[in-house]
Design a protein around this ligand. Structure first.
Ligand SMILES: NC(=O)c1ccc[n+]([C@@H]2O[C@H](COP(=O)([O-])OP(=O)(O)OC[C@H]3O[C@@H](n4cnc5c(N)ncnc54)[C@H](O)[C@@H]3O)[C@@H](O)[C@H]2O)c1
Length: 447
């Protein structure tokens, strides 16, 4: 089959990566967003998000003539495939999904759709949404427009690699012909060995939620085991390695941390639990995962206070703000409740993140954002590590001892070897491991 002409509606994280990658693979792609500023920025090469390699990929695809951007919906008249990549955030705390972006996009695209176009849900859509989109399009256009589901599994920070070499491609559609058209978009990945699973619309939609809920549960589970390990003097590193050797468990996603965050796990677990309750099939495991993760922020706050003593008036260095390394995304970042708690308790916070400082600053009034790790650490009373950036992994015990006023480090990402930190003179507190105190150090002020 040949290359496709497609439109991607919504050029946020997923839409922009999808549009650029599909253009790079040889398709004619038009990225459409209602946000004029975003489109203007993308067109002048100023990426609205930080994602490694994205600026170069977009520039290359634009230069090839295969990628264009616009706010003008009439541009999609020529598109055979229309991918929806708009946001599907939580509507409220109960987990219901706010589908306003989806419905406004459907209303907007309907008058401009080619009759034989296929509309593909790339956004994470609640189970049943694909079918409702088909009904709505039927009402609006008077035609029976084919609707399919093709959920995206990319990880922020590795989005291009994940799109180009995915673990799997999931397609939900009512007809083999529609599935085949979507498979054709991914023929490079499929030729390279990526498996494809073609199924129904509902199954495809539920696969996405179930995958995220399972991963979130793995994170919440290892965090609980980590707390237990710490309480009994065991080592979470050994435990993760030991259980991860069982291929039924797998060795990934077994690192303890400050809780899962980001733009997907929190809202998708809530949405799955909500949908399950609505269907009279409550998911006790996912509900427990959500509760455990919500409690994590306060647990981390108490851990920091136990390690440092009362924080009122103390100068604390914060290394990392983004919900994970490799992105500037602050959506539901675990740093937010922890730092809000520290600020409310009277701590003075100087924070550095290689990419997320500007995004984080308005979310955390009172937080001083600085430009380097050294500026954050200089003369602080203790350091708190919140994101696993490589730049922080590269810090040595001597860096902390030299720069901090008191060499206390609370590491919520387990970036360092406890013995090396202690031998280097650092009072080191991490997760699921016994706190390591140096044989002889400068006095540490507690209280
Ligand atoms: N971010 C991720 O890592 C990730 C990974 C997998 C799946 N997803 C899913 O992909 C979807 C998109 O997520 P995102 O992080 O890219 O969201 P985002 O908020 O970054 O981007 C959404 C974009 O859609 C645009 N938009 C909204 N309504 C529009 C309309 N009517 N017409 C045109 N443009 C419109 C917005 O302006 C915005 O640019 C969500 O369903 C999300 O759950 C996200």
């Amino acid at each position: 089959m040949q290359n496709e002409t497609l439109a991607v509606i919504g050029t946020g994280y997923v839409g922009l990566v999808t549009a650029a990658c599909l253009a790079d693979l040889g398709n004619q792609v038009i990225g459409i967003d209602r946000d004029h500023n975003k489109i203007a920025r993308i067109m002048r090469g100023d990426m609205p998000i930080y994602e490694p390699g994205l600026g170069e990929l977009v520039a290359r695809a634009i230069a090839s003539g295969r990628l264009r951007f616009t706010t003008d919906l009439s541009a999609l008249r020529s598109a055979d495939l229309v991918m929806l990549a708009v946001g599907t955030p939580s509507a409220g705390v109960d987990g219901a999904v706010d589908l306003s972006q989806v419905w406004s996009a459907i209303d907007d695209i309907a008058p401009n759709l080619a009759q034989d176009a296929i509309v593909i849900g790339k956004s994470t859509l609640p189970i049943g949404t694909g079918r409702k989109i088909a009904q709505r399009l039927q009402q609006l256009t008077g035609c029976s427009i084919q609707v399919a589901s093709n959920p995206e599994f990319l990880r922020e920070g590795q989005a291009i690699g994940d799109f180009m070499q995915p673990d799997r491609i999931i397609i939900g559609a009512d007809s083999p012909g529609v599935s085949a058209r979507i498979e054709n978009l991914y023929r490079a990945q499929i030729t390279a060995g990526t498996p494809v699973l073609s199924t129904t619309l509902e199954s495809s939609e539920l696969i996405k939620y179930a995958a995220n809920a399972f991963l979130a549960t793995k994170v919440a589970f290892i965090n609980e085991i980590s707390d237990l390990a710490e309480a009994v003097g065991a080592d979470i590193g050994a435990i993760s390695a030991g259980i991860g050797m069982d291929p039924r468990i797998g060795n990934r996603f077994l690192q303890p941390g400050p809780g899962y965050g980001g733009s997907c796990f929190p809202k998708d677990t809530l949405a799955l639990a909500y949908a399950a309750r609505e269907m009279g099939q409550p998911t006790q495991i996912v509900e427990a995962t959500i509760r455990a993760n919500l409690a994590r922020g306060d647990k981390m706050l108490q851990k920091i206070i136990r390690a440092i003593g009362p924080v009122a008036g103390k100068n604390l260095a914060v290394l990392g703000l983004a919900f994970k390394a490799g992105t500037d995304d602050m959506r539901d970042a675990p740093a937010l409740p922890i730092l809000r708690g520290l600020l409310a308790a009277g701590a003075k916070l100087r924070a550095y993140d290689p990419k997320a400082g500007a995004v984080a600053a308005p979310l955390l009034p009172g937080l001083a954002v600085v430009d380097t790790a050294a500026q954050a650490l200089g003369n602080a009373d203790a350091a708190i590590i919140l994101t696993e950036w490589q730049e922080f992994r590269d810090l040595t015990p001597a860096d902390f001892v030299r720069q901090l006023q008191y060499p206390v480090v609370v590491d919520l990402r387990n970036l360092y070897a406890p013995a090396a930190m202690a031998n280097g003179g650092v009072h080191y507190h991490s997760l699921g491991r016994t706190p390591c105190l140096p044989p002889a150090t400068k006095a540490v002020r507690h209280g």
